[in-house]
Design a protein around this ligand. Sequence first.
Ligand code: DGL
Length: 286
Amino acid sequence: MIVRPDAPIGVFDSGYGGLSVAMEILQRQEHDNIVFVADQAHVPYGTRPLSQVQGFASAITETLAAGGCKAVVMACNISSATALPEMVEQYREIPVLGVIAPGAESASIATISGRVGVLATEGTVASGAYVRALEQFTRVSNVVQVACPRFVPLVEAGTVSGAEVDSAVREYLQPLKDAGVDAVILGCTHYPFLLKALQKEWSLPVYVNPAYATVTRLIAELGSKRLNRSGHIGARRHLAVTTGDLEEFRSGLRWYLGDKAKEFTVKPATWRKGKIVIPNLPPSSK
Ligand code: DGL
């Protein structure tokens, strides 16, 4: 498998949440292009059986890697919780990263009391992946997880403020307030878009967005595999694909990315016999 430093970075999620990670990559890897995949035909992932999510995440990773991407970032906690180890093993030539280990490490640094809260989807909570990752750090003494099924549909609908958001935020933060945590992991990539509402309800804890540490790891791994691109590439051209409604996706990208959305070509992707087909990816150089 030949991988080129000028190949794009593949990034995927069930929906708009992955943009919170993509935005971090765009900001810090200014010479790179990305391919962003939103599997909106299957959103939300968080209420599905873990084995099904593992299947989606593995298939998307395989298509991005076979299409020549120089790295694949699972910008999705539940995908990271289910599919990451196998995919890392399968694609040793390129960095394949998830968000859970970087998020757990950031929280272990942020906490003073040792009590860490995790807001995540039902599936990520049930997987126990954050609990296992946080247990590695002696600074962490207590982990309190809260499943937040109301959040993803709100963010997918572009609703990040207002009465409905405030009521969901109040409900989900209460157990963390009761437990007295001082660091709260945003354990679903959709949740950073609700940060203002969370801080308005409870400003005390440090809210940890795993995106920052994930991209730090991505940069380090690209460097160690000599896949960092140096030099100017002119105007950036990113690709964004959805398995859902194309027009809604176009306006969703504008809503979440603002002017940056102009740098994206938007196309449909389709599921065929358990594989995802993404147009415009360079053919595999395997
Ligand atoms: N944003 C994804 C995550 O980080 C999945 C959310 C969902 O589709 O339920 O887990």
